[in-house]
Design a protein around this ligand. Structure first.
Ligand code: NAP
Length: 252
């Protein structure tokens, strides 16, 4: 497979600065206008594929975002779909053994994208112990275990892209469990990217409200970002030589 290696050979001081920027930076993306808030400086270990065929394992492929991501990747890549039902490979993110089995079945891949997993949205006074346990085991530990299990199953310089959501930063009534999960995913990814440098790139996409979701909830879809625009942000996380980033995909 043709492979472009983005190698930057920095003097020691600027290498350290570049690594910090690459890991800690945050990008904001509304589909058309990309406002790069932080200096994004790829480290010498940020490898990127040149655009050739890659095997991409897409977890949560049957959902709203998964369907759009599959559509946008398929012309260029082989997409292996995964979810609890109706995909090429069956996986339950809340069950680590199931994630191990999924990687065994899928074989080596160039990229993993996760838009699967759930967290409970409900006000504080109705969130029970089970709701917190469910949320932590599902969308948070599911994605943490996905990265842990991906090591050795993803080509060197390949990527894992996780999903958080704007409730990582924003407060909303009913969002307590979701905020814990989303902030946890982003924090974990920053450290995983640091420790897996040279082996695996780890990034997060943080979607805002998606227009199609708002519509299905009977709300004004013009307040949200189209699922197709969110999908393009996931593609950037695969294609660009970045690691340790959270890419915001929200309507500006
Ligand atoms: N849509 C929005 O407005 C929005 C906004 C911010 C963040 N997000 C986040 O973006 C992600 C995707 O959202 P979406 O709207 O595309 O969700 P969705 O339409 O509900 O799709 C979820 C996908 O994940 C799979 N899934 C659910 N639980 C799973 C599990 N335990 N193990 C494996 N697969 C599982 C589902 O298939 P199965 O049920 O067959 O497993 C489905 O393929 C979620 O993390 C969500 O929190 C969405």
């Amino acid at each position: 497979m043709p492979r472009f290696v983005a190698a930057f050979f920095w003097p020691a001081a600027s290498l350290a600065r570049g690594r910090a920027a690459c890991r800690a930076g945050r990008q904001y993306d509304n589909g058309l206008l990309v406002l790069v808030i932080a200096l994004v400086t790829p480290t010498r270990s940020c490898h990127v594929d040149s655009g050739g065929l890659m095997r991409v394992l897409l977890v949560g492929a049957t959902g709203l975002l998964g369907t759009e991501i599959k559509r946008i990747l398929e012309p260029q890549h082989e997409v292996i779909t995964a979810s609890r039902k109706g995909s090429d490979v069956s996986v339950d993110l809340s069950d680590k053994a199931s994630i191990v089995a999924m990687f065994g079945e899928a074989g080596k891949v160039g990229a993993v994208v996760c838009v699967g997993g759930a967290a409970k949205f409900a006000p504080l006074d109705s969130l029970g112990d089970d709701d917190y346990a469910f949320s932590l085991a599902n969308k948070l530990m599911g994605q943490v275990n996905l990265v842990r299990c991906a090591v050795g199953h993803v080509d060197e310089g390949g990527s894992v892209t996780l999903t958080s959501g704007t409730l990582a930063q924003q407060a909303m009534v009913g969002g307590a469990a979701v905020s814990i999960v989303n902030a946890g995913v982003e924090g974990f990814a920053r450290v995983a990217a640091l420790e897996l440098e040279g082996k695996l790139r780890v990034n997060v996409v943080s979607p805002g409200w998606v227009a199609e979701t708002l519509q299905s909830m009977g709300q004004d879809p013009s307040q949200g970002i189209a699922a197709a625009d969110v999908a393009r942000v996931y593609k950037r996380a695969i294609d660009e030589p970045i690691t340790g980033q959270t890419l915001l995909a929200a309507k500006s």
